[in-house]
Design a protein around this ligand. Structure first.
Ligand code: ADE
Length: 225
């Protein structure tokens, strides 16, 4: 998978992509992420990419021209399956969307700042608008990093058996069950006996029951779906 990202603060994406699973995915050649500085397509030598909003009001808006040039230039090297704008008023990101996006070849992510991007870019280029939650971040980069991580780890070959996504929370609309490791007794806090029984069927049933209980308590909305 190839992911291009357009940003005015590319540094914000460096660390999340250079460690752990995302590092592994890129080293294995399963994922390529290219972050492009929007200022490369600025409207003047001062690096301007934003301007005041029509109609008045506080806050700048990211201009059509630099974004259009960026999108059109990048589209010459790749046919994007989705052009995604990260924005708090987008559709809320979830595991289903991550699964769906992990099947695509080329994604283009646009990170907004200030009051956001000119609506005409959304109307004419953007194919998906995604929010990572009901709160406002100072820019789209951290949201883009969340999307890249959630999607990147699902690419075949990134996770091994031990880290398999099949047992993740949300994969079957259930939260994951509790997990334990050594020691079996820590300060009198004991690991449930069933996990040491060696009876795989019983353990699997117990885990499923725990998942159900946890989901009922914390996320009943998932069961309604
Ligand atoms: N940009 C600012 N806040 C955001 C959010 N919650 N999701 C996606 N992009 C954003």
């Amino acid at each position: 998978m190839h992911i291009d990202v357009i940003s005015i603060v590319p540094e914000l994406l460096e660390s999340p992509l250079q460690h752990s699973m995302m590092k592994r995915a890129q080293e294995k050649g399963l994922l390529t992420v290219d972050v492009h500085h929007l200022r490369k397509w600025a409207v003047n030598e001062y690096g301007q990419v934003d301007d005041y909003q029509y109609g008045g009001g506080a806050g700048m808006v990211m201009m059509c021209e630099p974004l259009t040039k960026a999108i059109e230039e990048l589209s010459q090297s790749r046919r994007f399956n989705e052009i995604i704008y990260l924005t708090p008023d987008g559709n809320t990101f979830n595991q289903k969307t991550a699964n769906r996006l992990s099947l695509k070849e080329n994604l283009l992510l646009i990170c907004g700042h200030y009051k956001g991007i000119d609506q005409r870019i959304r109307d004419n280029f953007v194919t998906m608008e995604i929010s990572v939650g009901d709160y406002v971040l100072s820019g789209g980069e951290i949201a883009a990093a969340i999307l890249v991580d959630a999607v990147g780890r699902l690419l075949p070959g990134v996770l091994n058996d031990e880290t398999s996504a099949l047992t993740d929370s949300f994969q079957d609309d259930l939260l994951a069950p509790p997990v334990y490791t050594r020691p079996v007794d820590f300060r009198g806090w004991k690991v449930p006996d069933i996990l040491m029984s060696g009876d795989h069927k019983k353990i699997e049933d117990w885990r499923h029951e725990q998942s159900m209980q946890r989901t009922k308590e914390r996320r009943p909305d998932l069961l309604d779906e």
